[in-house]
Design a protein around this ligand. Structure first.
Ligand code: XMP
Length: 524
């Protein structure tokens, strides 16, 4: 966005490769301050274009004395803006300003008690010492740079926090961004509000106003195309674009046959009938099934489903009329993951087809209004736009849909079997109040998986040889790690009983008790 309002508040976070960098960004956003995460080496103009009111330097796996250690770009300290360095970020500040960093005698990893000694240090304002914090570092600060004071210590780190209040420079040896530092969010808020003097003005409404203006500016009187999958991200992106340019937007919904029970009807009802969008529904089930015939490898299925989607979408777009823009529900974690902001070990475990896939020769310019939002922010924006809870609070559903929940070959019969069983599981969880809903706890994701094995059973007087179906339900905050949900036995019994009785072809139901890692949430 080029035009900044007078109340523009933003923070630039430089990522030095910590696995927690995204969490810093989330904590800042939760404090209603807009921020962006940059690779530590990002060009100065790009970072300063954000017009940040302060910097946060993330942690990272390096040591400042390593030959190829990431350096602190000069413009950060030259800006005279407040800076908060976390762990490696703190060491960088110390190293650059004449302090000394040395390997700690003991690598400190895990919980520690922090005593705050610097009276009146703004970072710890309204916090009771000692504070439980999470440490994870090898190096530590041995001697402070001139003008800095040690404001907190732990048993192992005499300088667990340092401050140069006049210059607004702060360093923390611990990680305030992780949940294991329970009051860490308050430390970050103190930095934002007390040190940087921000007010926390960034809300869903604020975002919608800005995004609508930016979309209008980008699109002008052009025509926009958007693929609706029924998922939260594309739903919110489309609604936002619709709010901005109305009937200049056409949404295409591809029914590839791998959706859950009642989903195609729900998408059409919500967007065409309730939101009044121009919408084209394409029935492409046969085409997909043909392409998937005989395919059992999960990555191959993903590739085929993704590729086919692009093709169907493209031919529909060519048939409809001339479009200038393609709206997509790309969200911030997709951007961070595909660009990589510096996390060395961040590689993809599964190919997700949601990002990219744009037909190159169509020359459509992308409109990605959610590009800088985290998932919970996308939901808040969806609510602000008046989308129903059944759309914005829905559980994540993979782009390739039930295609990756049928192990082995995908056929129409197997899809129907899985759909019926999955609907029973979801219905029972809902009735038991165990599906996660706004502000309530519950399973984060729950679904059925159809296995490529058959087992022996007995029904009435006859022996059966039929499908095994697995139930998967997990609790998680971020889907990066997850635990299997401890569902009540009675509920599992009811679900199993109903599935075996109501769904032809299934004679055995099992419950998945694996956590992630080592398993993943989906089965393929
Ligand atoms: P895993 O199985 O990797 O899943 O633990 C983590 C989250 O990602 C979802 N998922 C996908 N989403 N396309 C998607 O859009 C995919 O191919 C895909 N595979 C997994 C999964 O449902 C879970 O929420």
């Amino acid at each position: 966005m080029t035009h900044r309002k007078p109340d523009h508040e933003a923070i630039a976070i430089l990522d030095f490769g910590s696995q927690y960098s995204q969490l810093i960004a989330r904590r800042v956003r939760e404090a209603r301050v807009y921020c962006e995460l940059f690779h530590y080496d990002a060009p100065e103009e790009k970072v300063l274009a954000l017009e940040p009111r302060g910097f946060i330097l993330s942690g990272g796996p390096s040591s400042v004395y390593d030959l190829d250690a990431p350096r602190l770009p000069a413009f950060v300290l030259e800006s005279n803006l407040p800076v908060l360095g976390v762990c490696y970020g703190m060491q960088l500040i110390a190293h650059n300003l004449g302090g000394r960093v040395a390997p700690a005698q003991h690598r400190e990893y895990g919980p520690a008690e922090l005593s705050v000694s610097g009276p009146g240090c703004l970072l710890f304002s309204e916090l009771q010492s000692p504070i439980s914090v999470w440490m994870s570092h090898g190096d530590r600060i041995d001697s402070l740079p001139p003008g800095f004071g040690a404001v907190a210590q732990t048993n192992n780190s005499p300088i667990a926090a340092m401050a140069h209040a006049e210059r607004g420079l702060y360093g923390l040896q611990f990680h305030p961004e992780v949940t294991h530092t329970p009051r860490g969010a308050k430390v970050i808020r103190n930095f934002l509000y007390q040190v940087c003097g921000l007010h926390g003005t960034w809300t869903a409404k604020h975002f919608v106003d800005e995004a609508v203006a930016a979309i209008r500016q980008q699109v002008g009187d052009g025509q926009v195309l958007c693929g609706l999958s029924g998922g939260v991200d594309s739903a919110v992106a489309a609604t936002l674009v619709h709010r901005a340019v109305g009937d200049q937007l056409t949404c295409v919904f591809v029914d590839h046959g791998m959706l859950r029970l009642g989903e195609p009807e729900q998408v059409i009802r919500t967007f065409e009938q309730e939101q009044g969008m121009r919408m084209v529904a394409v029935h492409a089930v046969e085409e997909y099934l043909e392409a998937l015939a005989g395919v059992t490898d999960p990555e191959e299925k993903r590739r085929i489903i993704g590729e086919r989607f692009v093709r169907v979408f493209e031919s529909e777009a060519r048939r409809l009329s001339r479009f200038d823009y393609l709206a997509q529900g790309t969200i911030y974690p997709d951007v961070i993951e595909s660009a990589g902001t510096g996390r060395p070990g961040a590689h993809r475990i599964k190919t997700h087809h949601n990002v990219g896939g744009l037909p190159a020769d169509m020359k459509l310019e992308l409109v990605e209004p959610l590009r800088f939002l985290f998932k919970d922010e996308v939901r808040a924006v969806g609510s602000e736009l008046g989308l129903p809870d059944e759309i914005i609070q829905r559980q994540p559903f993979p782009g390739p849909g039930l295609g990756v929940r049928i192990l082995g070959e995908v056929t129409w019969d197997r899809l129907e079997t899985l759909r019926a069983a999955d609907a029973i599981f979801t219905e029972e969880l809902g009735q038991a109040g165990l599906l996660r809903q706004r502000g309530k706890s519950g399973t984060a994701q729950a679904f059925a998986v159809l296995l490529p094995v058959r087992s022996v059973g007995v029904m009435g007087d006859g022996r059966t040889y039929a499908n095994v179906l697995a139930l998967r339900a997990v609790t998680t905050d971020d889907f990066m790690t997850a635990d299997w949900a401890r569902l009540p036995y009675d509920l599992l019994a009811r679900v199993s009983n109903r599935i075996v009785n109501e769904v032809p072809g299934v004679n055995r139901v099992v419950y998945d008790v694996s956590s992630k890692p080592p398993a993943t949430i989906e089965w393929e």
